[in-house]
Every structure is written in structure tokens, then in C-alpha cells.
Design a binder for this molecule. Structure first.
Ligand code: PLP
Length: 417
């Protein structure tokens, strides 16, 4: 361990978890800088990219969520970061889980979590994944189309089904409604079919897109969900009992023009006004719980200086530099390509007296698109130096491949006291 235990933490539930993981989680005094934590791991022999995972940040986010939205039961979207330690931590705190595949159900069940704390929230499920989940006690699933209803009828007729509706999510970082969610005009025929097949529909789900950028997307979706509740009642269904408001809450400060607190403030009253207390409201936060908890620390494995400009007119020449680090767009930085996200590097203090150069940072593979950022002004680094990237907990490790034989970074868990 990088740090020794000096005094117990205030949170009993987390204490229990940490007691069971004594060699996995390092205790650090609260207020210790990230740089000194990372340096300690490097001093202890790390040679390749690693994550510093602050479990306290996950805990704070969870507690903030249930405090700001006391009526909403969170189901952590495992896809965002399927880390067994984070799953166990959230489970200890009382969180439930949103799984989208057999492997995710397996992971959550292996952490001792029962099927009744899991929602299978993938509207189009491979048959054997669905059968497996239901065998393991999962009874709540989503659907948005007729073929999925047939599948439920044939394979798992006793599940409780939630109808996912489409949202206005075009301005989200990652819109989802072009792929999932029934349109409002499709709802009556889907409900009729569910009734004809004797499938128990218990509620409505929506997702405003991952990295939602407007509170009004939540509001209009909540209003549409109310309309679906009313439609179902007018068709003779027993009153629906579950509203699932999905995810979309920002992962860290500055990721979105709206904050989680603004969203919570904007929807709290609306939920209470439109849904009586007997309706259970759930959510599926992914990036909100883990976005800020991970810092990726990477090593510079190579460097190449470049001279740019007109060589015939010496005065215009500019020295730039390329760095090659040990994680890239085929690893943790996949969203550079898929969503056009910019990830900004940070230097450790020792670099501050160096000259500032336009720096391009490449990943480790042989592919030239494996580039994290171009022409970013940074203090000059040497081969063997380390740099770090903050707020790397969401859709990073979970999207990483081992292309070209480069593996995912390891995780170093810390918890402040
Ligand atoms: N629920 C579902 C069904 C999703 O598809 C996703 C993300 O794709 C999430 C929850 C998590 O969303 P976020 O990470 O934006 O909170």
C-alpha cells in the first residue's frame, strides 16, 4: 500500500467494504494532492499507464444524488465503468444496477447483489442473455418494439416490462433516441400487443442522451411519460408503478453547460406534481457516479521534435514536439474518435521551468489516427516523464480494446480519510 491507515473513515458502510479489501485500497489523508498520490505509485514501481481511482469521489456523488433526488432510486449503469470494486462500493451504499448484457449481470451478481436490484435496461436483448438474466432473478426489463415483446412472451413471460420511449436528445453528447425508444404514436399499439400477449407492463423509461445538455429534455420526457401512464390507464391497464428517468447527468464540472444540481432542481417538483407517491421513480446514472473519480496517469515512451515553417526563411521556423504515451484512442481515449471529445493533459510540477512547445500526443499503437490532442501548448517533457488526465471515469476503460497488444491500464484505488 502507498499509504498506511491512520484513522477510521466516517462512513460505516464503506468501512466494511474497505475492511474486506485491505490490500486493494490505499488510504490517503484527505487533501493529499493527486500529484503526490500518483508520484507515490510511480515511486513504488509503476511502469505503465495506471488509473488512480478515488472511491471517495464515487461515494460523494452517490450521496449527493440521493440527497438531491430523494424520491429517485439510482440504478448504476454498469456499462459506463464495469469495475467490480466500484460495483461493490455502490452496492454497499444501497445502489441498484442497470445491466445491458449477460456479462454485466454476471459481474453484478458476483458481487453478491440479488437479481431484484438489477434492471435489464437494453431494449433489444440477445435471447440467451435475457434467459440468463431472468434465471438469475432479474425481473425488470425494458422494451420498445413488437419483436421484443414477442421475445419476452416466448422466453420470459413472467417478467415485468417497462416501455422505453424516445426523447428529444439531439443536443446531448451522445444521443440515444435514434437507436432506442418508441415514438409516442407507436405507444398505443405496443401496449395493445403487450396486453394481447399477457405481458405485465409496469411503467415507462426514457433516456435523454448521455451527457445531456438541457433540463428541458428531462422535463419534456417526464411529461411524455405521464401521457403514456394516462394512455395505459385509459386502455384498462392497472395503474403503472415505475417511472425510469434514465441517465444523462453530467460526469464532472464543466462537462456540460448544465449541472446535476440544476437538473435535480428542475425535475424534482415536476416528478412530484405528475407522479403520485405510489409510483416508484428510478434512474440509471452512469457518468454522474464515476466521471470524476478516475485520473489516468500515463508515461511518455517516445518523443520526436519537429521543425515547422518555411525552411528557406529561417525566421519563421517553429519547434514543435510529438509525444508517444502508453494509452490512446484504441484504449481509454476512444471518445476522441466516437464523440469528438477533447482530453486535456496535465503535467507534474517539475516540468514548469521548461520551455512551452506546441505538443501533439499520440497513443502507443502503429495507427496514425491514434492521436489524443494536437498542438497543445505544454512545458517540454522528456521520455520517461509522466502526464495525467483528470475526470476519466466514464466510458474510458469500458470502451478500451487491446489493439496492437496494448492492454488497459491497471487501477489503483484510494480512499481519503
Ligand atoms: N441507461 C441506459 C439504457 C443507457 O444506454 C445509458 C448510456 O448509454 C445509461 C443508462 C447511462 O447513461 P449516462 O452515463 O449518461 O448516465
Amino acid at each position: 500500500n502507498a499509504y498506511s491507515v491512520l484513522k477510521p473513515s466516517c462512513c460505516k458502510k464503506v468501512e466494511n467494504l474497505l475492511r474486506n479489501l485491505p490490500s486493494t485500497v490505499s488510504r490517503v489523508p484527505c487533501g493529499t494532492s493527486l500529484e503526490s498520490v500518483a508520484n507515490e505509485f510511480i515511486r513504488l514501481g509503476e511502469e505503465q499507464a495506471f488509473y488512480v481511482v478515488d472511491l471517495g469521489a464515487v461515494e460523494r456523488r452517490y450521496l449527493d444524488f440521493v440527497c438531491q433526488l430523494p424520491r429517485v432510486k439510482p440504478f448504476f449503469a454498469v456499462k459506463c465503468n464495469p469495475d467490480p470494486i466500484i460495483v461493490r462500493l455502490l452496492a454497499q451504499l444501497g445502489c441498484n444496477f442497470d445491466c445491458a448484457s449477460k456479462s454485466e449481470v454476471k459481474l453484478v451478481r458476483a458481487s453478491g447483489i440479488s437479481g431484484d436490484r438489477i434492471i435489464y435496461a437494453n431494449p433489444c436483448k440477445p435471447q440467451h442473455h435475457l434467459s440468463y438474466a431472468v434465471e438469475k432473478g432479474v425481473s425488470l426489463v425494458t422494451f420498445d418494439n413488437r419483436d421484443e415483446l414477442l421475445k419476452l412472451h416466448q422466453l420470459v413471460p413472467n417478467v415485468r416490462a417497462i416501455l422505453r420511449i424516445a426523447t428529444e436528445d439531439e443536443d446531448a453528447l451522445c444521443p440515444l433516441s435514434s437507436k432506442f425508444g418508441a415514438f409516442m404514436e407507436e405507444v398505443p399499439s405496443l401496449l395493445s400487443m403487450a396486453r394481447a400477449l399477457d405481458i405485465c407492463v409496469v411503467g415507462v423509461a426514457f433516456h435523454v442522451g448521455s451527457g445531456c445538455r438541457s433540463v428541458s429534455s428531462y422535463i419534456s420526457s417526464i411529461e411524455n411519460a405521464r401521457r403514456v401512464f394516462d394512455m395505459a390507464e385509459s386502455m384498462g391497464f392497472p395503474p403503472f408503478t415505475i417511472l425510469d428517468i434514465g441517465g444523462g447527468f453530467p460526469g464532472f464540472d464543466g462537462e456540460s453547460p448544465i449541472t446535476f444540481h440544476e437538473i435535480a432542481q428542475g425535475i424534482r417538483g415536476h416528478l412530484d406534481k405528475l407522479f403520485p407517491p405510489q409510483v416508484t421513480i428510478i434512474a440509471e446514472p452512469g457518468r454522474y457516479f464515476v466521471g470524476s473519480s478516475h485520473t489516468l496517469v500515463t508515461r511518455v515512451n517516445g518523443r520526436r521534435h519537429r521543425t515547422r515553417g518555411d525552411t528557406s526563411a529561417n525566421s519563421c521556423l517553429e519547434t514543435c514536439v510529438d509525444y508517444y504515451i502508453d494509452d490512446g484512442v484504441y484504449g481509454s481515449f476512444r471518445d476522441v474518435l466516437t464523440l469528438g471529445i477533447t482530453f486535456y493533459p496535465n503535467c507534474f510540477p517539475k516540468s514548469s521551468h521548461r520551455r512551452i512547445l506546441k505538443s501533439t500526443i499520440f497513443g502507443p499503437t502503429c495507427d496514425s489516427i491514434d492521436c489524443i490532442i494536437r498542438d497543445y501548448p505544454m512545458h517540454e517533457l522528456d521520455v520517461g516523464d509522466w502526464i495525467y488526465f483528470k475526470d476519466m471515469g466514464a466510458y474510458t476503460i469500458s470502451l478500451a480494446s487491446s489493439f496492437n497488444g496494448f492492454h488497459k491500464p491497471t487501477c489503483k484505488y484510494i480512499y481519503g480519510f
